[in-house]
Design a protein around this ligand. Structure first.
Ligand SMILES: O=C[C@H](O)COP(=O)(O)O
Length: 255
């Protein structure tokens, strides 16, 4: 099968719950300063702070091309859902991307593929790009077995989401092997390339853009080794130093 044309590259960071209010806003200001770098590198840049700082983050980023993300959403727009966050309000607040199904939410808060798919549908309905985290929980020692097992585990995570969103809307899939999140280093590059190539085929017939990111202890030096399989990186801890985010933007733009 001929290789599929590749979409524009994209790099972003989720702050999870690592920072406090002032350091979050200061970080978002730092990302704003990298708008020019991202433009020069011809890639899209996003930042995902916590919910509390979203409105102020939107204000900081409003004159830039940096896309604002949220760490989750509920699947209904309005109603008696105490504690949940509406996708309608996220859109009104300036959110362009919503992260769904992160491994930490699946493990600690019981997120299921069904919930993630419903949330992805709600995001798309509100004009927000779903960024869906997928990945296998355990790592097999034999490389060939590890690739096959990862693809099998990721497949339903992807297909349930693709069935829940219109065919012509953009979807971002973040391949994050669970065992590589919060680790000392990212997953083996061959493993990432082999799995992401197979995941790309699952979305091959879509009319909408599907971009595939890698996440899991990614940082400077990661992208060039896996560029064959992915369209960018989804960063965590190793982007807390904003200079590392700058380096990654340059690397992804140059690779
Ligand atoms: O959301 C980002 C990923 O979970 C990666 O986090 P990490 O780079 O700190 O492992």
């Amino acid at each position: 099968m001929p290789p599929l044309p590749r979409p524009r590259r994209i790099v972003g960071v989720s702050l999870k719950m690592y920072f406090d209010l002032q350091s979050t806003l200061s970080y978002v200001r730092g990302v704003y300063q990298l708008d020019g770098e991202a433009w020069n590198a011809r890639l899209d840049l996003f930042v995902i702070p916590d919910f509390v700082t979203l409105m102020e983050s939107a204000r900081i980023l409003e004159s830039s091309s940096v896309m604002l993300g949220a760490q989750d959403t509920f699947w209904e727009d309005k109603g008696a859902y105490t504690g949940e966050v509406s996708p309608l309000m996220l859109r009104q607040a300036g959110v362009k991307i919503v992260e769904l199904g992160h491994a930490e939410r699946r493990a600690q808060f019981g997120e299921t593929d069904e919930w993630v798919a419903k949330k992805a549908g709600a995001a798309a309905r509100n004009g927000i790009v779903p960024l869906v985290c997928i990945g296998e929980r355990t790592h097999h020692n034999i490389a060939s077995a590890a690739v096959g097992a990862a693809i099998e585990e990721c497949k339903p995570q992807v297909t349930s989401v693709l069935a829940a969103v219109p065919d012509d809307v953009e979807v971002i899939l973040a391949y994050e092997p669970v065992w590589a999140i919060g680790a000392a280093e990212p997953a083996n590059p061959d493993h990432v390339v082999n799995v992401t190539k197979a995941l790309r085929q699952l979305a091959a017939g879509r009319k909408g853009t599907t971009r595939i990111l890698y996440g899991g202890s990614a940082g400077p030096g990661t992208f060039a080794k896996i560029a064959e399989g992915v369209d960018g990186l989804f960063l965590g801890r190793f982007a807390h130093d904003i200079n590392n985010l700058k380096k990654v933007i340059e690397e992804v733009g140059g690779a």
